[in-house]
Design a protein around this ligand. Sequence first.
Ligand code: URA
Length: 258
Amino acid sequence: MAGFFEQLCKVVAESEHNSSGIAASSEEVKQFFSAVPRETKPAPAPAVPVPVKPVSQVVVPPQSSGNFATLEEIYAAVASCSRCPLGATRTNTVPGEGDPDARLMFIGEGPGFDEDRLGRPFVGKAGALLDKMISAMQFTRKEVYITNIVKCRPPDNRVPAPEEAQCCIGYLKRQIEIIRPEVIVLLGATAVKYLLNVSDGISKMRGRWLSYENIPVMATFHPAFLLRQESAKRETWNDLQQVMARFGKYHNPGVKRG
Ligand code: URA
């Protein structure tokens, strides 16, 4: 029985796509799906290509986000921040990294063990999967910007408390104002909750266009969740393809890359 990935390739190869867009090799997509177990029964036809859905009504009013002029000023303020109790237990702050002119920004929840140790976002197992997601989208990690809702590790990798997120959110809002990405991808429910002020679960919020300060936002599953729930990679890939389409990038294994 053909597995999901083979079906995906077949459907995409047969589907029409915008030939003026950038066509992607299937190799990076294979990497993203690499650990998906073989189907034992016929897989449902994946929704490829993904129709562009209208931007939803989730619009967040402007809020004060500090008067930092540059990302470096934010990094310096974060490095000495003690606004919340996480400052007392961190090893390193993890302000974010990537292209200051990035067109695409990823926002996760908060640093984990590896990130706290190295002072860099998404460098552990979830980070390795995020790297595969970025490659499958035909971006490089250096081209995008990656950060989190909170910049210090919550002990035992717990979800940040509302007060911790509120203390930290101004840094993120100013990062977004400075970078002004064309699209934001929110990874998981915590990112949705504190950037968009929406408490609905990620299953409800993912897969449709949202908006933050007139920037299109796509929410999808957190890579750490995908490590536990590999079947959710299919929905995630559909979400990511909607983002790719905004940049004129399409997954089509039948087309050679130049
Ligand atoms: N999970 C996150 O949400 N952020 C990281 O930086 C690493 C893991």
